[in-house]
Design a protein around this ligand. Structure first.
Ligand code: ADP
Length: 639
């Protein structure tokens, strides 16, 4: 075996050891740099000792406040331990001794630097036991009134705490103010030593209300009896209770549980002095905020841990009380909201619609306003438009009438002729009859014939006058069923007379069947007269063979047609697009209103008018109207 392969020199061994130590030191250095300072610092221990049980709502609130402040302070880690004396279930010297032994043993390795004592029993225990259990420990107390402090010989330099002052009378005062109809004040208390202390304190404090209400105590009754009595109450009573730990039957509960049962059973409003009662059904009261109480104690613990001892405190300071209400109970008991001061702490208030949705409501209102303004604007605009349309209609109507008057003026010669002719015939007939009578020839039959002719001529003349009067009348447009053939016949005589006057022929072609339409008789006549007068103008001065104007009526599918054709020069293609424009004329004495008026009247009857220039000679104007049957069918299908 080769020995040399495994042997090392002492120098080599020393060098190897030196390298290893250096490496280890480097590693330790790195390790200590990686671990934060607090991880290697000894923690501070704070023991919180509560008089009552773990589940007492007030303790839970105090503990929350305490932990919120203490755990977030200090450079060194703080360990908080909770212990509960569980009074009033556990009491007496033997229990106290046992507890001392237990705490000494349990906290031997975690000696408390500060003990927080919550409530009279815990403070009493601590003042007596802590100096021996945990020498040098500082004490912070919570929930001790001034009288308890005095009783226990406080303040002391190593004991710190802010006293509390439960305002029983203040709560009762508000209750009586909010229930002005109340005639009775009922006070409910229990049987534990603390319950009895509250009872005796209450008995002293309520004396001042004796002039205003009848005062009654339900002290030390069984819960069942308390609830039965409260159930029989009417709203003319106000109930006040600090709750109780033990009832007349010796049953244990928390004050919160006892008040909850009372509030649910009671026919009268229930008030109490602790904010843990809010939400049980109690209305409210002047209350100490247990959470704030815990925070205050936490600040004092921090001060002690920071070495500020004795901590300078204001001797007159107390844990603040505030007026608290459950909004649902305010509503339930119909309490006048005006009597609730502004600084009251309100619980369970549903935000009003406005509070919850102010932004949305404002947006909605803005939208509504804008929409409303738009609608109003549109209405105004619509009214303006309607007024304008009405004014335009009126003007158009006036214009149509004015043009009718002008046309009648143009026909004056023909009209005069049409009246003169029967008048002349009447005259000569009358003269002939006179001569017969004078001659003594009593040819009765002939005279009767003459008189009949006179009557006929008179009728002819008066018919012409009637037609002219109708044309001149200021009538409202009347839609009625009418036969287009009859309308043509109405003005036929005057038109024929005019044609004759102008040495022209009028050829009228009417169908054998009526051409029924719906419209205004006078306006249709006006359409016809305008077209015929234009046609007569167009053939003026032409050879006789071309001096004919043809008026025809036709029945078509769902329509009736009126056509006026002449053999004049026709409409120039350059004029065609402007034919129906107002004031367009090619005549020296023309007004350019005849055709626009024709179109207006045709439109008003739901019809159409066209000018045709494709005929070999002359012009043809075609007017179409819906037939009366087609209108009837349309109306039926709509209903
Ligand atoms: P006006 O008769 O006062 O000129 P109208 O509006 O009735 O006004 O006619 C407008 C124009 O249309 C006429 O000046 C003429 O040029 C043309 N016109 C109308 N009817 C005929 C027709 N039958 N033949 C040729 N041109 C016509």
């Amino acid at each position: 075996m080769n020995q040399c392969a495994f042997s090392i020199s002492p120098w080599q061994a020393l060098r190897a050891l030196t390298v290893r130590v250096a490496t280890l030191r480097l590693f330790m250095g790195l390790l200590s740099a990686a671990v934060p300072a607090w991880a290697v610092q000894k923690p501070v221990n704070v023991l919180v000792l509560y008089s009552n049980g773990r589940l007492l709502p007030a303790n839970i609130e105090v503990d929350r406040g305490l932990r919120d402040v203490v755990t977030s302070q200090g450079e060194r880690p703080v360990l908080l331990f909770d212990e509960f004396l569980d009074t009033p279930q556990f009491e007496g010297p033997a229990y106290v001794e046992l507890l001392g032994t237990y705490l000494r043993g349990k906290y031997a390795e975690h000696r408390p630097d500060v003990v927080v004592a919550g409530g009279r029993e815990a403070l009493t225990f601590c003042l007596q036991q802590c100096p021996t259990l945990f020498p040098g420990v500082r004490i912070v107390h919570i929930g001790a009134s001034r009288s308890i402090m005095e009783e226990l010989g406080l303040p002391k330099s190593d004991v710190l705490g802010t006293p509390i002052d439960y305002d029983f009378a203040g709560t009762i005062e508000w209750a009586l103010r909010w229930h002005p109809q109340a005639r009775h004040l009922l006070l409910v208390t229990g049987t534990s030593p603390l319950d009895r202390q509250w009872e005796s304190r209450l008995r002293k404090e309520v004396r001042r209300f004796s002039g205003r209400v009848a005062i009654e105590f339900l002290a030390g009754l069984s819960t069942a009896e308390v609830l039965r009595r409260l159930g029989a109450l009417r709203p003319d009573t106000v109930v006040f209770s600090p709750g109780y730990y033990v009832d007349g039957d010796g049953h244990h509960q928390t004050p919160q549980e006892s008040v909850k049962a009372m509030a649910q059973a009671s026919g009268a409003p229930v008030y109490g002095p602790f904010n843990t009662f809010i939400g049980t059904g109690a209305v409210g009261g002047v209350m100490v905020d247990f959470y704030a109480m815990g925070r205050r104690a936490g600040q004092q613990v921090n001060a002690v841990l920071a070495g500020h001892l004795p901590v300078a405190t204001d001797p007159s300071e107390i844990v603040p009380n505030s007026l608290n209400v459950d909004w649902r109970q305010i509503q339930r008991w119909g309490i006048d909201r005006a009597s609730i001061p502004g600084d009251v702490v309100v619980h369970f208030r549903e935000p009003t619609l406005w509070e919850a949705y102010a932004r949305e409501i404002l947006i909605a209102v803005a939208v509504f306003l804008v929409q409303g303004a738009l609608i109003v604007g549109l209405f105004v605009e619509r009214r303006r438009r309607l007024a304008a349309v009405r004014a335009e209609h009126k003007q158009r109507f006036e214009l149509v009438r004015a043009s009718r008057l002008a046309v009648v003026g143009e026909l004056a010669g023909a009209i005069a002729h049409e009246i003169n002719q029967p008048l002349g015939a009447i005259l000569s007939n009358a003269e002939a009859a006179e001569l017969m009578l004078e001659s003594g020839m009593h040819r009765t039959d002939e005279i009767r014939q003459i008189l009949a002719d006179i009557r006929l001529d008179d009728l002819r003349a008066s018919e012409v006058i009637l037609r002219v009067r109708a044309l001149l009348s200021k009538h409202q447009m009347v839609h009625q069923r009418l036969d287009l053939n009859e309308v043509v016949s109405d003005v036929e005589r005057i038109l024929r007379a005019e044609a004759r006057r102008r040495n022209a022929n009028l050829d009228i072609r009417l169908p054998a069947t009526p051409a029924m339409m719906v419209g205004d008789r006078i306006q249709i006549q006006q359409i016809l007269i305008n077209l015929v007068l234009n046609a007569l103008d167009a053939i003026e001065g032409l050879p006789e063979s071309r001096r004919t104007v043809t008026v025809s009526v036709e029945n078509a599918e769902g329509r009736v047609r009126l056509a006026v054709q002449d053999r004049g020069a026709g409409v120039g293609s350059e004029h065609l697009p402007r034919l129906f424009e107002s004031f367009f004329t090619t005549k020296s004495s023309g007004m350019g209103l005849g055709l626009p008026i024709v179109r207006t009247l045709v439109d008003a009857h739901g019809g159409s008018v066209t000018a045709d220039r494709d005929v070999a000679e002359g012009a043809v104007f075609r007017v179409e109207f819906p037939a009366a049957d087609a209108i009837d069918k349309g109306l039926k299908s709509q209903t």
